[in-house]
Design a protein. Structure first.
Length: 113
């Protein structure tokens, strides 16, 4: 019996290590600010913690989202690839996935002076 191959290699999907820590972070983003900065923690209407962040970029073609991810990666001392937008691409409230840190580590690094 002969095996038939299409000749195309299968698409490689990046996978996350099962043991790698993963944190979700809720953000309230304010674009068009005077400077890029993290304003600190607040709570949303449901009482959940939310991080207030401002970026200089305008919300045009994803520029504010890109600046948000760069600012978070730099502040958390992680590569940009470890920080990704999970939800809220066109909303002020966003959910960010952070690989490589536990939720407690993320909160500690973002709360440090």
């Amino acid at each position: 019996m002969r095996s038939i191959s299409s000749g195309a290699s299968p698409t490689k999907v990046p996978s996350r290590s099962v043991d790698a820590p993963l944190a979700d972070l809720c953000i309230r983003l304010t674009p068009g600010a005077a400077s890029d900065r993290i304003d600190g923690w607040d709570v949303d209407a449901d009482g959940r913690p939310i991080l207030k962040v401002r970026v200089r970029a305008r919300p045009i073609e994803g520029e504010a989202n890109a600046d948000l991810l760069k600012l978070l990666a730099k502040t958390l001392k992680l590569p940009k690839s470890a920080v990704s937008l999970e939800r809220g691409g066109q909303s002020r409230v966003k959910r960010i996935a952070i690989e490589g840190l536990s939720p407690d580590e993320v909160r500690a690094r973002l709360s440090a002076p």
